[in-house]
Write a protein that binds this ligand. Structure first.
Ligand SMILES: N[C@@H](CCC(=O)N[C@@H](CS)C(=O)NCC(=O)O)C(=O)O
Length: 322
């Protein structure tokens, strides 16, 4: 898959870049790390000057990407649909990476591929071109391409524009949320990728064991708790849901995470359905797109490009929780 090097879109070897010498998957760091803050002061990283304003910021996502899904979920939970505009790339990559097709063009810059959005921000960028991206119309630059930080700023900086009082990262739960986030990132969100992209048996097995140890722990926790932090729905739930809703249709088969299915975990499956059935959330989900995305043609993982018919799961079945 190609990437930007000194502002040029160049091919590079997928396996070489994504795995270390032991065949284990390694993820690269995001490159644009500014923050929108309530008063425009610099955030934990990057430059300042990004104040929240209606219509100023634009979010680029791809429906199949779980990292982008977090940002779409947060935009919905915070009721920011009329505040932060949205573009969806075609949910697969071409030789130009993420791209916009004729009936779904980039609505801000009129460009045809996401790498051009990156070079519009930094003409000399050397970076992978990933979704999600938060674009600032005023400075004509990328605020951030790190999903964990985009959801934190959507929750923290846009309260004045939100249509509800929801707080996804309340101070009194921040310690618990951080703990869940660490575990879920390592073993679930990135755990399934470590399984799916590993090029060695040991690395694969270690990743899959991590995935299922945490699913077992979550199943027991959700027998006693409505959400990860008890009664309050938080950022930790936002970060868990994208991996859960893709689990059976994508990770179980395409990433070989197949000791058990999500539907074999009654509490976790009902929890996933409950979130799916919250207002607006079903519109952020497309199981068919996930399946076609994760089973797209790949020399390493699916040389034929054949997409399986099953399994059929239905997250709209009543969840029956409390
Ligand atoms: N750290 C990033 C990771 C995002 C990411 O890996 N996105 C994938 C799609 S699921 C991507 O765009 N990959 C393109 C590439 O690596 O070239 C985040 O969480 O925002």
């Amino acid at each position: 898959m190609a990437m930007l090097v000194d502002g040029q879109w160049v091919e590079e070897n997928e396996t070489k870049n994504k795995t270390d010498k032991n065949g284990a998957f390694k993820r690269t760091d995001s490159s644009f790390r500014n923050w929108v803050t309530a008063d425009g002061a610099p955030g934990p990283s990057g430059a300042g000057g990004f104040v929240p304003e209606r219509g100023r910021y634009h979010l680029y996502i791809a429906m199949n990407c779980p990292w982008a899904h977090r940002t779409l979920l947060t935009r919905t939970f915070k009721g920011l649909e009329d505040v932060i505009s949205l573009d969806k790339t075609v949910p697969r990559r071409s030789d130009q990476g993420w791209y916009f097709d004729d009936d779904h063009v980039d609505n801000v810059l009129g460009l045809s591929a996401l790498h051009q959005v990156y070079t519009a921000s930094d003409p000399d960028a050397t970076t992978r071109v990933t979704v999600p991206v938060l674009w600032d119309r005023e400075s004509e630059s990328i605020v951030s391409n790190e999903s964990a930080e985009i959801i934190r700023m959507m929750d923290g900086a846009f309260d004045a524009f939100s249509n509800n009082e929801r707080d996804l990262y309340p101070d009194e739960l921040s310690g618990q949320i951080d703990e869940w986030n660490d575990l879920i990132y390592q073993t679930i969100n990135n755990g399934v990728y470590r399984a799916g992209f590993s090029m060695a048996q040991d690395a694969y097995e270690a990743a899959v064991r991590d995935v299922f140890a945490t699913l077992d722990k979550l199943e027991a926790h959700l027998a006693e708790n409505r959400y990860l932090c008890g009664d309050q729905f938080t950022e930790a739930d936002v970060r868990l849901f994208p991996t859960m809703i893709r689990f059976d249709v994508a990770y179980y088969g395409a990433f070989k995470c197949n000791l058990r299915r999500l539907i074999d975990y009654p509490n976790l499956w009902a929890y996933t359905r409950e979130i799916y059935q919250m207002p607006g959330i079903a519109d952020t989900v497309d199981l068919d797109v996930y399946k076609r995305g994760y089973y797209s043609k790949s020399p390493q993982r699916n040389p034929s490009g054949v997409v399986p018919l099953g399994p059929a799961i239905d997250p709209s079945v009543p969840h029956g929780r409390g």
